[in-house]
Design a protein around this ligand. Structure first.
Ligand code: FEO
Ligand code: CA
Ligand code: CA
Ligand code: CA
Length: 669
């Protein structure tokens, strides 16, 4: 008989130390290879990236600010081969840009130059790139692949689900409210069980300009919605709408109403409602039109972990990354049918599982139990009046709940969290992990059981709120995606253990310099869950930190995660007489949590996947070296590690790295 263990006895690598240099470092016995970088060409005949600000055609180049990514196996014939570990499509989000490195000189001011705006917009979105292993895990991308594709803020998209066709989605571009232009601020992601990719629109609100005059021309309901979703910028990110252009895909970033009644060709009043969604992409069909899945709600979508299990509904677990926002899940109406994994019309399968179902928001109780509150029209009470929303908000229909999901979360009493980032699930147990990256606004008087820590009155760095973040996990009652109740605990608290070596109110998890981290963001369970007859669900944690970068650059850690309920109750003293009880889980040790990788200067480590055999890992490095100027960049990576030698003015580039084990083994074991 085969012995099945829930995890290996120990992590198979030596911890990487704190590091502040300009490189990606990994444990001894592993190799890092830079494979694609900002600007690398994705079409036949397109010139190599010069990296001096003069490059164009970004709709055919790798975008900027690499974020969530998924590897999709590709067959020799060019179809789905989910088991292929030697040929695949790497689908990757491009969340944002480091604007100064994209132009030859300082970006245009006043009225932005249209060509610069087009370039900046095209650096956002998603890239789909074919990768091949030449043998022995020697990976490179295929510049000429017919599968290569850029999806940008210009790419046509279709709306699906309850909000499609709603008046709130009608625009001059799509008077019927069923189509849209592109995607923006694509942060984390999801992979469905039917071989499609989910890209999640996070901080879309800031890209829209809304002049002060707009307030008076909006209905009270519209104004409340705009406020709740943070559509408040007076310029919009990078002032794109200031360009002198007739291109309405650029002009739409100005959502200001120009008169009370006119719906002129330049009226973009509802364009912001076209963003903030989960978008489904079929990577295997370059001609397919992505579908925005409105049933999954609209908010600052971080990611969407998809749980597919036999005889269950499909579950989608989703964070809303803003201070005090909520955890959501969507549960399909249809029960999973295994044959759908092989369907040819993959987006039609998406229709089946993502257009009909129930959206929920999470309530965490202090006793370690929790409940999913359905966000269903007729069951959700009106959002109560408050100082910020004196009229409250009453929902008109399910489309309204989908567009104004945050109000629905308020109305059902969802628990405000410390910035919900990624979700991921233990493939063996179904336990869901949620990273809570940090929350400067968490005061000792507003702590709650799943967000129990505030530094205000603790001696040390003087940081406010919860600067280092933590990770909550839940186990659905009955281990089913459709459960209405769950149990939870706090798996791990981030901390700078040099500042707080032993303060039990801050370094709650007992971290040391070998495994301390701050601001958890990306989270991922190993794909290779059955290696040598053992079940090995390693948890990988990526950081996006500003609170500990004096000590080390951002990182990737690996963990043997334990299970919900394996810890106990503690009371955290936040000082000044403020205490908060909570339920903690696994205590960190050198054996069950280790730092695996540290990235270059100024970066965030984000995006992670492996080949199905677990022997190649892909990791994204976002905004390296972004602290400097064109004349003196804050860093130069990946130059110095990609076969080129940096000079004093070499511009850094977001890039994707491949990590392999020198003995060909499974990463981390
Ligand atoms: Fe784009 Fe919440 O990180
Ligand atoms: Ca980011
Ligand atoms: Ca993130
Ligand atoms: Ca983040």
């Amino acid at each position: 008989t085969t012995t099945i263990r829930v995890s290996p006895a120990a992590l198979g690598f030596a911890a990487v130390a704190h590091f502040t240099g300009d490189a990606v470092v990994v444990p001894e016995g592993y190799t890092v290879t830079v494979v694609t970088r900002l600007g690398d060409p994705l079409a036949q005949g397109l010139a190599a990236y010069k990296n001096d600000g003069t490059d164009t055609d970004f709709d055919k180049r790798v975008g900027d600010h690499h974020d969530g990514l998924v590897y999709f196996g590709l067959s020799a014939a060019g179809g789905v081969d989910a088991a292929s570990s030697t040929r695949g499509l790497l689908v990757q989000n491009h969340e944002n840009i480091t604007q100064k490195y994209l132009h030859a000189a300082a970006p245009s001011t006043g009225a932005r130059l249209e060509a610069e705006v087009v370039k900046e917009m095209n650096c956002h979105g998603v890239s789909i790139v074919e990768y091949n292993d030449a043998g022995g895990r020697k990976w490179s991308y295929n510049q000429n692949s017919a599968f290569n594709r850029r999806i940008t803020p210009f790419t046509p998209m279709d709306f699906h689900g309850p909000a499609a066709g709603s008046a709130m989605l009608r625009t001059q571009y799509s008077p019927e409210g069923t189509r849209g232009r592109g995607t923006i601020n694509n942060c984390a992601n999801g992979m469905t069980g039917w071989n499609t990719y989910l890209t999640c629109e996070e901080n879309y609100a800031g890209y829209f300009r809304r002049d002060v005059s707009d307030d008076a021309l909006r209905t009270p309901r519209e104004l409340a919605s705009l406020r709740r979703n943070g559509v408040a910028s007076r310029t919009g990110s990078y002032s794109w709408s200031s360009a002198n252009t007739t291109n309405t895909a650029i002009k739409r970033w100005n959502a200001t109403i120009s008169s009370a009644t006119a719906t002129s060709a330049d009226d973009y009043r509802y364009e912001m409602n076209q963003m903030g969604w989960v978008v489904e992409i079929d990577p295997y069909n370059p001609n397919s039109t992505p579908r925005k899945r409105t049933a999954l709600g609209r908010f600052g979508h971080e990611g969407a972990f998809v749980r597919v299990a036999a005889d269950q509904k499909v579950g989608f677990y989703m964070g809303d990354d803003s201070g005090g926002e909520y955890l959501y899940k969507f549960v399909s109406a249809a029960t999973w049918a295994a044959a759908d994994a092989n369907a040819a019309d993959r987006l039609a399968i998406g229709d089946k599982y993502m257009d009909n179902g129930t959206l929920y928001a999470a309530v965490f109780n202090p006793d370690g139990t929790g409940a999913w509150k359905p966000l269903v029209y007729g069951q959700v009470p009106p959002r109560a009046p408050s100082t910020s929303y004196p009229d409250g908000y009453t929902f008109a229909d399910q489309a309204d709940i989908c567009v104004n999901t945050r109000f629905a979360g308020d109305a059902v009493g969802a628990t405000p969290m410390d910035r919900p980032e990624w979700t991921t699930g233990n493939p063996v147990t179904g336990e869901i992990y949620l990273t809570l990256t940090n929350n400067s606004g968490r005061s000792p008087t507003t702590t709650n059981a799943p967000n129990p820590r505030s530094y205000q009155n603790n001696p040390g760095t003087g940081s406010q709120g919860n600067p280092n973040g933590h990770i909550v996990r839940i186990r659905e009652d009955g281990d089913t995606t459709s459960a209405l109740t769950f149990r939870w605990d706090i798996y791990m608290f981030g901390v700078d253990s040099t500042d707080y070596p032993s303060n039990p109110n801050v370094n709650v998890s007992g971290l040391t310099p070998a495994n301390d981290f701050s601001s958890p963001d990306g989270a991922f369970f190993s794909r290779a869950t059955n290696v040598g007859g053992q079940i090995n669900p390693l948890l990988w944690i990526e950081t996006d930190d500003g609170a500990m970068t004096d000590r080390t650059n951002c990182m990737l850690l690996a963990a043997l995660p334990g299970h919900v309920g394996d810890g106990g109750a503690v009371t955290i003293d936040n000082g000044g007489g403020n205490t908060q009880g909570t339920i903690v889980g696994t205590k960190a040790t050198g054996a069950n949590l280790r730092r695996f990788l540290v990235g270059p200067v100024d970066c965030e480590i984000t995006g992670i996947d492996t080949t199905p055999d677990g022997r190649t890992m892909f990791v994204g490095v976002q905004h390296p070296g972004d602290s400097g100027t064109i004349a003196a960049p804050g860093g130069h990576w990946p130059a110095g590690q990609d076969g080129t030698t940096p000079t004093a003015t070499t511009r850094p580039r977001s890039a994707l790295v491949v990590i392999t084990k020198n003995d060909g083994g499974v990463i981390g074991l």
